[in-house]
Ligand binder design. Structure first.
Ligand SMILES: Cc1cc2nc3c(=O)[nH]c(=O)nc-3n(C[C@H](O)[C@H](O)[C@H](O)COP(=O)(O)OP(=O)(O)OC[C@H]3O[C@@H](n4cnc5c(N)ncnc54)[C@H](O)[C@@H]3O)c2cc1C
Length: 383
């Protein structure tokens, strides 16, 4: 699959499967299994996996374009896809001792039969996902893990979970190890409902692990090396993907607002809202400027990921922080411009506005990213 083919498949799924059902799924808080099936059939679930195991071997540029395309139609489905791609990338990067055990799962992902996700955040350390409270204990064949994972996208729908836990002999708070837990693992259960303000259709419910047995073949990183994988593999892709979700939401907000300004009429003046009011045109223009600014920032991050250099980690941190602010600003302006019609849920703008607020609170949160950037500019250790 080429970049163009992947984007065109995403566009087709966004138009035929996601867009027609996004509003209804949002209202019902319903996870779209149809979206996952369509992504599986199209080959997009294996987008970034190596070609020699059946994946498409595509890079961050295609990933961001596909995520933005999906998010423009349905940010919930886009976030499910994003977390899956991260789960798949982590499984594919498994240490050599796990390669054989995870081979079938990677093949299933490439065949479109397997959805994965990340289960890092814990009730005890909240948004500080890099510092799990849970600790793995050796049981002779591998480890046992008990943990309270506070939010897990696709909980109850994923076929596997990439889980963090302190290494059995880990000495510090970030000495974690990553493990792969198939959904049917004994002791793994979805521990509550998901009824969020936004991203209501992505099943981000809590998951409890009670003495879950994990064979050594499903230990994805070396003992204590989970943090390194989170930082070097997962964080850059997560921040890029989150920024791409924000971009899709911004584009949808601009399109929805422009369409409203053309359609809605002041009949007593014989003009549309857009023809009648320069303030609304100026707000729309500001939304477009902010959206294109975010697109340029994402392009710059992709360039840094493709050609890593000294400023790459700074760009990784900046991108998600900036995207979180931009998408809240653009969708808030859309709410104001579309007035009572948006407020009364006559159009999709209020869903975009609610979905937009998830990015800034998903870890690393916008505040935490600023804290990291500020500390690094001042030469203060981050952890
Ligand atoms: C829709 C959704 C999907 C999610 N999906 C997943 C998933 O698939 N997997 C997963 O592991 N997690 C997931 N999460 C969890 C998410 O990544 C965060 O861990 C969670 O939202 C943090 O919420 P909290 O109330 O625990 O935040 P808290 O840690 O209580 O933070 C509260 C406030 O304090 C601020 N704050 C915290 N620490 C600092 C600091 N050091 N410096 C400055 N400010 C700080 C935060 O920015 C925030 O404003 C999801 C969350 C949501 C909302």
């Amino acid at each position: 699959m080429t970049h163009e083919m992947a984007v065109s498949k995403a566009q087709e799924i966004a138009g035929s499967v996601l867009a027609p059902n996004a509003g209804q799924n949002d209202r019902a808080g319903r996870f779209s299994t149809e979206a996952v099936e369509a992504l599986g059939r199209s080959g997009l679930l294996g987008l970034m996996l190596p070609a020699d195991i059946g994946g498409s071997g595509l890079g961050p540029r295609t990933f961001a374009a596909v995520v933005a395309m999906l998010a423009e139609a349905d940010a919930s489905a886009a976030m499910v896809y994003l977390m899956h791609i991260l789960g798949g990338a982590t499984i594919a990067a498994a240490r050599p001792d796990a390669a054989q055990a995870v081979a079938t799962i990677l093949q299933d992902i490439c065949a479109g039969r397997h959805l994965s996700t990340l289960a890092f955040s814990e009730a005890g350390s909240r948004s500080h996902f890099w510092a799990p409270i849970s600790r793995a204990h050796r049981n002779g064949h591998g480890v046992l893990i008990s943990a309270k994972k506070s939010w897990v996208t696709s909980a109850g729908y994923a076929q596997s979970y990439v889980v963090s836990s302190l290494a059995p002999e880990g000495a510090g708070p970030t000495d974690s190890t990553l493990y792969l837990l198939p959904a049917q693992t004994h002791g793994l259960s979805v521990a509550g409902p998901w009824d969020g303000l936004g991203l209501r259709a992505n099943a981000s419910a809590p998951v409890t692990l009670e003495e879950c047995p994990i064979p050594s073949g499903f230990q994805l990183t070396n003992d204590g090396a989970g943090f390194e994988t989170m930082l070097n593999l997962i964080l850059p892709l997560f921040n890029l993907g989150s920024a791409a979700v924000a971009l899709g939401l911004c584009r949808a907000a601009v399109a929805g607002t422009a369409s409203h300004l053309k359609r809605a009429k002041f009949e007593h003046l014989g003009q549309s809202l857009g023809e009648s009011l320069p303030t609304l045109r100026a707000h729309l223009a500001t939304m477009q400027i902010e959206t294109d600014g975010l697109a340029a920032r994402i392009d710059d991050l992709i360039d840094h990921l493709e050609k890593p250099r000294e400023t790459t980690m700074l760009r990784v941190l900046e991108s998600k922080a900036a995207a979180g602010d931009t998408v809240i600003s653009v969708t808030s302006t859309a709410m104001r411009v579309c007035g009572g019609a948006a407020f009364s849920k006559h159009m999709n703008i209020e869903r975009l506005f609610r979905d937009a607020h998830a990015g800034a609170v998903m870890a690393p949160t916008g505040d935490v990213l600023r804290e990291f950037i500020g500390k690094s500019l001042l030469g203060i250790p981050l952890f």
